[in-house]
Ligand binder design. Structure first.
Ligand code: ZN
Length: 134
């Protein structure tokens, strides 16, 4: 398995509109686009920075993963996403190594990526997303 880069850092926010003044206004990043991913009950906003991106995540449903995260921990860094060349091969390799996966098969992610999450219990407490982009 080859990790190509840190694709993005996912940050849970109460409201994207309320978070943007800091990320755009204060830090000077540029909003690259927003997208609602219904399957994950989340609205996303991407702000490129250097070779990676900040992904702001706003819950659209208190029962969704981001809604639950914020209820438990408040706003903040939620996951790290590593880009891999071949996500199917990467998941098969991790499974072989006994790494606990949240997603055994890739699902749709914002921007048309194929994504899958590893379980934080298998990573020392960090929620890690693998993503493949064509
Ligand atoms: Zn992500």
């Amino acid at each position: 398995m080859k990790v190509e880069k840190l694709d993005h850092i996912g940050i849970a926010v109460e409201k994207i509109d309320l978070a943007l003044p800091f990320w755009e206004g204060t830090l000077g990043l540029v909003l690259h686009g927003t997208e609602e991913v219904k399957e994950q009950k989340v609205k996303t906003a991407f702000l490129p920075v250097g070779d990676t991106e900040i992904e702001l995540l706003e819950s659209t449903d208190p029962e969704g993963p981001i809604g639950k995260f914020i209820a438990a921990k408040g706003q903040g860094v939620q996951h790290l996403a590593f880009r891999v060349e071949n996500i199917d091969a990467a998941l098969a390799e991790l499974k072989d190594k006994g790494i606990r996966l949240i997603d055994e098969t890739p699902r749709y992610g914002a921007g048309g990526a194929r994504i899958a999450f590893l379980h934080p219990k298998a990573t020392g407490g960090v929620l890690i997303e693998l993503c493949e982009r064509k």
